[in-house]
Design a protein around this ligand. Structure first.
Ligand SMILES: *[C@@H]1O[C@H](CO)[C@@H](O)[C@H](O)[C@H]1NC(C)=O
Ligand SMILES: *[C@@H]1O[C@H](CO)[C@@H](O)[C@H](O)[C@H]1NC(C)=O
Ligand SMILES: *[C@@H]1O[C@H](CO)[C@@H](O)[C@H](O)[C@H]1NC(C)=O
Ligand SMILES: *[C@@H]1O[C@H](CO)[C@@H](O)[C@H](O)[C@H]1NC(C)=O
Ligand SMILES: *[C@@H]1O[C@H](CO)[C@@H](O)[C@H](O)[C@H]1NC(C)=O
Ligand SMILES: *[C@@H]1O[C@H](CO)[C@@H](O)[C@H](O)[C@H]1NC(C)=O
Ligand SMILES: *[C@@H]1O[C@H](CO)[C@@H](O)[C@H](O)[C@H]1NC(C)=O
Ligand SMILES: *[C@@H]1O[C@H](CO)[C@@H](O)[C@H](O)[C@H]1NC(C)=O
Length: 586
C-alpha cells in the first residue's frame, strides 16, 4: 500500500511522465518585442522569453507538448508549428483558418501531441507578416529509444535557422506590400538571428555579432538547417566539409554527400558533418541568395564560423563558391536526388517504405497554378487558380464546428478556370481517406515553395514546362521523399501525392511570405463522414472565439503593464473601479 502511494507521489511530482500515457513537455513563452541590431541597424524584433531566435522545442515521438503563449506584442498573434501534423487536431495549428488570433495582452495554451513523428521542424508567428521580425525557433522530435536511427549517434546537435532579413520594420514592410510595392533586395541573411562574419570589409560593416559553431576535431555533428526567411532561396555550404544528408522534414533520406544544398523558404534538412579537416584556420559556413544576380545581391549572404578547438586562426580569403547561377538544372537535379530511405524505420518500427504510395489509386487531381501578383479590385494580390484567399473574421474551422453559414465555400476549382481572378474564401473539398495528386504549376519568375499543414506528402516529380497527363510517366513511384514543403521552380511544375487520412481543415500555402501575405493560400477540408464530431478531436476547452462567434468569448484578465494596447482600453475601467471604491469609503 505504502509502496503504491510512494509511486503515485513520485509520478505526481515528476508529472512529465503522464499516468499511463505519453510524457508531457511544458513551455511558458512570453512573446514580446526586443531591440536588436543583427545587421548593425537597431530594430524591433520578436523574441520569445527575450530570446531571438526562440528556444528549441526538443521532444520525442508521441510526447505531449503544452505551450503557454503570452502575447505581449501590440497586436494579435498566432504561432504555427511548421510540419507538426496535429493528428485530427487542427485546433492547435495556429493559422488564421483554424484559430482566432490571441489578442494582445492575452495568454493562450497550445496543447498537442507529436504523434508518430520524428525529425526537424520549426515554429513561427503565422499572421500579420510577423515572421519577417523573427518569433521563430527550431523543433526537434527524437526517435523513441526502441526505434533505431539509421546512423550513429552524432557527437552534437546544432540547429541553424537561416533567413533573409530586412532592416525595415515588419509593419512598414507589410504596408509596402499592401500598397503594391515590392520589398526590394533584402539587407542580409541571418544565422540564428545574427549577421555575417566580416569576410569582406567593404560588404560587411564592422561591429556585427556573428554565429560561431564550436566543434572538436574528428567528431561528427548533426546540423539541422531551416530556411525560416521571407522569400529568398539560400544555398547552404560549409567550407572544405561535406554535408551528408540524412533527414528532411521528418523522413530519413538515402544518405548522400553534398558540397552544398539549396534550401528554399520553409524547408528543413539534417546533415551529418564530420570534422575531418586539419584546422589550419576556422571555416566559413555560408547561406547565400540563389537565382539572383550575385553582384546586386552580394549583401544577401550569411556567414557563420565553424571553429575547431585546435584551430590555428581565423577564416580568411574568399567564401567557398556557390553553384553556377546560370545552370538551371543544377538545383532541380539536386532536388530530384533526394530520396526516401525505404528500409529505415522512423516514428514506427516498420520501414518508412512499407506504405507503398506508388500503388495507390489517385482519387482527386488538382493542378494549382500560380502567377505573378496581379490587380484584383484595384489591389495587388497573388492567386492560386485565379483565387486570392480572403481570411474571414470567423476561422473556417470554427465556422464549420458551429455551423455558421456563409463563411467559406468548398468550391475550389481543380484547374484554372476561364474567368477573372477574384478574392474569395474558397476551400478544397478533400475526400476523407482519398489519395490526392496535386500539381503545382509555377507561372511566376521566382522559385516558389508550397507547404501543407497536417500532412507529409510524397514529392514524386518536377520538371520545366507545363505539366500534362503524360508527365506522370516520369513520376518516382518508389522512393520519392515524404515531406511538408516543396519547391517549384519558375516555369516548372512539381507533383505531390498525399493520403488524406487526417480529418480537419488544413492550410495549403505558399511559404514565400510575400506571396502568402497577398493571398496565395487555401485550405483543404477533410471530413470523416462516419464520426459525429466529424472535425476530429473535440474542441479544446480554451478555444478562442471571434468574428460571428465573438459573443461566446469570455474575457481574460490581462497584465496591464505588459499589454499596451489593452492597457489603454482598460485604464478607464480601472479608474472607474478605483473611483467607485473610493466613493464607498466611509
Ligand atoms: C500567462 O503567462 C504568464 C507567463 O508565462 C504567466 O505568468 C501567467 O500566469 C499566465 N496567465 C494565465 C491566465 O495563464
Ligand atoms: C534533446 O533532448 C535529449 C534528451 O531527451 C538530449 O539527449 C539531447 O541532447 C537534446 N538535444 C538538444 C539539441 O538539446
Ligand atoms: C537506410 O536505412 C537502413 C536502416 O537503418 C540503413 O542500414 C542504410 O544504411 C540506409 N541506407 C542509406 C543508403 O542511407
Ligand atoms: C569585397 O567585395 C567587393 C564587392 O563585391 C569586391 O569588389 C571585393 O573584391 C571583395 N574583397 C575581397 C577582399 O574579396
Ligand atoms: C561522405 O564524405 C565523407 C568525407 O567527408 C566520407 O568519409 C564518407 O564516406 C562519405 N559518405 C558517403 C555516403 O558518400
Ligand atoms: C548583374 O548586375 C550587374 C550590376 O548591376 C551587371 O553589371 C551585370 O551585367 C548583371 N549580370 C547579369 C548576368 O545580368
Ligand atoms: C464534399 O465532398 C463530399 C464527399 O467527399 C460530398 O459528400 C460533399 O457533398 C462535398 N461538398 C460540397 C460542398 O461539394
Ligand atoms: C506563363 O504563362 C504564359 C502563357 O501561357 C507563358 O507565355 C509564360 O512563358 C509563362 N511563364 C512562366 C515563367 O512559366
Amino acid at each position: 500500500m505504502m509502496f503504491y502511494l510512494v509511486v503515485c507521489l513520485f509520478l505526481f511530482y515528476y508529472s512529465d511522465v503522464a499516468l499511463g500515457g505519453d510524457p508531457f513537455a511544458y513551455f511558458k513563452w512570453e512573446v514580446s518585442f526586443i531591440t536588436a541590431s543583427p545587421l548593425g541597424v537597431s530594430q524591433q524584433v520578436i523574441s520569445i522569453n527575450r530570446q531571438f531566435p526562440g528556444p528549441i522545442v526538443n521532444v520525442t515521438t508521441n510526447w505531449n507538448v503544452v505551450v503557454n503563449v503570452q502575447n505581449n506584442l501590440d497586436e494579435p498573434l498566432l504561432i504555427t508549428w511548421n510540419g507538426i501534423q496535429q493528428r485530427r487536431n487542427s485546433w492547435q495549428d495556429g493559422v488564421s483558418g483554424t484559430n482566432c488570433p490571441i489578442p494582445s495582452g492575452w495568454n493562450w495554451t497550445y496543447k498537442f501531441q507529436v504523434k508518430d513523428q520524428i525529425g526537424s521542424f520549426f515554429y513561427f508567428p503565422s499572421i500579420n507578416f510577423q515572421k519577417a521580425a523573427g518569433g521563430y525557433g527550431g523543433i526537434i522530435i527524437n526517435n523513441r529509444d526502441v526505434i533505431p536511427v539509421p546512423f550513429g549517434t552524432p557527437d552534437g546537435d546544432i540547429t541553424l535557422l537561416i533567413s533573409d532579413w530586412y532592416t525595415k520594420g515588419y509593419k512598414d514592410m507589410r504596408n509596402d506590400l499592401q500598397e503594391g510595392n515590392d520589398l526590394g533586395i533584402p539587407d542580409g541573411v541571418l544565422f540564428n538571428g545574427l549577421g555575417p562574419y566580416r569576410y569582406n570589409d567593404s560588404l560587411v560593416p564592422a561591429g556585427i555579432s556573428y554565429e560561431t559553431i564550436s566543434v572538436e576535431p574528428g567528431k561528427t555533428y548533426r546540423f539541422r538547417v531551416h530556411n525560416v526567411g521571407i522569400s529568398t532561396s539560400l544555398n547552404f555550404r560549409i567550407q572544405n566539409h561535406n554535408l551528408l544528408l540524412v533527414e528532411t522534414e521528418g523522413s530519413y533520406t538515402v544518405q548522400q554527400n553534398y558540397t552544398n544544398m539549396d534550401i528554399h523558404v520553409g524547408q528543413s534538412y539534417s546533415f551529418l558533418v564530420t570534422m575531418d579537416q586539419i584546422a589550419s584556420s576556422d571555416y566559413y559556413v555560408v547561406a547565400s541568395a540563389r537565382f539572383f544576380n550575385s553582384t546586386d545581391w552580394a549583401r544577401v549572404t550569411g556567414v557563420a564560423i565553424l571553429h575547431y578547438s585546435n584551430s590555428q586562426g581565423p577564416a580568411s580569403g574568399p567564401l567557398p563558391d556557390p553553384p553556377n547561377e546560370y545552370d538551371t538544372y543544377f538545383s532541380m537535379n539536386q532536388a530530384r536526388s533526394i530520396r526516401w530511405n525505404v528500409s529505415a524505420g522512423a516514428a514506427r518500427p516498420n520501414p518508412q517504405g512499407s506504405f507503398r504510395y506508388g500503388q495507390i489509386t489517385v482519387t482527386d487531381v488538382y493542378v494549382l497554378l500560380n502567377r505573378p501578383a496581379e490587380l484584383i479590385n484595384g489591389k495587388l494580390r497573388t492567386t492560386l487558380n485565379g483565387i486570392s484567399y480572403f481570411a474571414p473574421s470567423t476561422p473556417p474551422k470554427l465556422a464549420q464546428q458551429y455551423n455558421v453559414p456563409g463563411v467559406f465555400k468548398l468550391d475550389f476549382p481543380n484547374r484554372l478556370m476561364n474567368r477573372p481572378a477574384k478574392i474569395d474564401t474558397s476551400l478544397i473539398n478533400g475526400t476523407y481517406r482519398g489519395f490526392m495528386e496535386i500539381i503545382f504549376q509555377n507561372n511566376d519568375s521566382i522559385v516558389q515553395s508550397y507547404h501543407m499543414n497536417g500532412y507529409a506528402f510524397f514529392v514524386v516529380g518536377m520538371d520545366y514546362g507545363v505539366w500534362t497527363e503524360n508527365s506522370r510517366g516520369t513520376y518516382n513511384k518508389w522512393d520519392g521523399v515524404a515531406r511538408c514543403t516543396t519547391q517549384v521552380f519558375p516555369g516548372a511544375w512539381t507533383a505531390i501525392l498525399v493520403s488524406l487520412d487526417n480529418a480537419g481543415i488544413w492550410n495549403l500555402r505558399s511559404e514565400n511570405l510575400k506571396s502568402w501575405y497577398l493571398g496565395q493560400e487555401t485550405y483543404v477540408s477533410v471530413v470523416n463522414p462516419e464520426i459525429n464530431d466529424n472535425t476530429g478531436l473535440s474542441l479544446p476547452d480554451n478555444v478562442l472565439f471571434c468574428g460571428a462567434l465573438s459573443t461566446l468569448q469570455k474575457h481574460q484578465s490581462v497584465r496591464f503593464s505588459e499589454a499596451p494596447s489593452i492597457a489603454s482600453a482598460g485604464r478607464p475601467i480601472l479608474v472607474a473601479v478605483l473611483l467607485t471604491w473610493i466613493s464607498l469609503l466611509p
